[in-house]
Design a protein around this ligand. Structure first.
Ligand code: COI
Length: 356
């Protein structure tokens, strides 16, 4: 589909702040965004236009019944060349289509998603920052815009992509973080929407995040909803453990986000010769293994977070120190390889990088 492009005059465009160490995460936005809308059964005009507010009916269905989905992806400035590359963008296009199906929204065709992304990034390529650990975070989003207070799916949608130059998600950088294990509230139930990337999944976790911050943690670890026993995922990441020299992560079984970084880490770990098991571990197994010294490392994996080592778990008023609060060798090895590929520092034998 043709994209109508209307750009800001050169003198009105912004740029990445000179001091890239101050970027933070998701606080500033590039000059332009992509928009398209769905009406009367079809996707309509596509535009790349100046970043700015939308006009939305106060009765828009998204505001009342939460019909919304989004994605998180990154463009990386390649260190070996001047190029910019996307990391496995087809995976996000596919997941967004799956999320749309689960939330009863009109899926945007994957080729349209990818074409829009390429064109927008190409226009905004000067916004991809240069410092190590920085990237251009990409937020494709879809909302239900029909003006209606009756409870049903919308017949109208707005799909848009906005871009934000970012630094590391955690202020610690690649250093261990502390995680609060939530004993009471749950994130997702079997048969629910845990596997979809929809805003409601994140809203439901905010109360527990307050508790996490109170005890000095930056993330919440979620246990399964039926027994409050098995570890599912962490707020912004899929969770991995190294236990008895095996790399464990929870399987994709309906309640867990199908992380693109998760899948990439599993592939890298297997190819490096680590034994990998996609199995649920109970919180008791994990805390006992930390105490006995058999659990040697923990780390999270996500687009925003990249690979984040975990140095401490807080569970039921007890603290469990992991690997003496130091980054372990497996986490470091996987992190170096993942970001090496993403920034073009090392060869990408998987064809994951898509150069724009
Ligand atoms: C991402 O990792 O891209 C996400 O969407 C998580 C978000 C909470 C920052």
């Amino acid at each position: 589909m043709e994209i109508k492009v209307s750009l800001l005059p050169e003198e009105k465009r912004g740029s990445v702040p000179e001091d890239e160490s101050q970027l933070g995460f998701g606080k500033i936005f590039t000059d332009h965004m992509y928009t398209t809308f769905f009406k009367d059964g079809n996707w309509r005009e596509s535009c790349i236009e100046p970043f700015g507010p939308f006009v939305l009916s106060p009765a828009a269905l998204v505001l009342h019944y939460g019909q919304e989905i989004f994605e998180g992806m990154k463009a990386f400035r390649q260190t070996t060349k001047k190029d910019v590359s996307l990391f496995r963008p087809e995976k996000n296009a596919e997941r967004m289509k799956d999320s749309a199906k689960r939330i009863s929204m009109a899926p945007l065709p994957e080729d349209q998603f990818l074409d829009a992304l390429h064109k927008l990034i190409n226009i905004e390529r000067k916004w991809v920052p240069h410092n190590p650990g920085t990237s251009l975070y990409i937020r494709p989003t879809m909302i239900a815009t029909e003006s209606l207070l009756g409870h049903r799916k919308s017949n109208e949608y707005l799909f848009y992509i906005i871009l934000s130059p970012v630094g590391p998600y955690f202020k610690e950088g690649f250093k261990p973080i502390k995680i609060y294990v939530e004993p009471k509230f749950v994130r997702a139930v079997k048969g629910g929407v845990g596997e979809a990337k929809t805003g409601g999944n994140y809203a439901a976790t905010l109360l527990a995040m307050d508790k996490a911050y109170e005890v000095g943690c930056s993330q919440v670890m979620w246990l399964d909803a039926s027994e409050h026993k098995y570890i599912e995922e962490v707020g912004t990441m899929n969770q991995f453990f190294v236990l008895d020299d095996v790399v464990y992560t929870a399987p994709i079984a309906g309640t867990i986000l199908k992380g693109v970084t998760r899948e990439s880490v599993i592939t890298l770990a297997k190819d490096k010769g680590y034994k990998v098991k996609e199995e649920f571990l109970s919180i008791d197994t994990v805390t006992e293994a930390i105490d006995s010294g058999n659990l040697t490392e923990a780390f999270g994996a996500g687009t925003a977070a990249s690979i984040a080592p975990v140095g401490e778990l807080h569970y039921k008023d007890k603290k469990y120190l992991i690997n003496n609060y130091e980054v372990g060798p497996v986490s470091k090895d996987l992190y170096e390889t993942l970001i090496g590929i993403q920034y073009g520092r090392i060869e990408d034998p998987y064809g994951w990088n898509v150069v724009i």
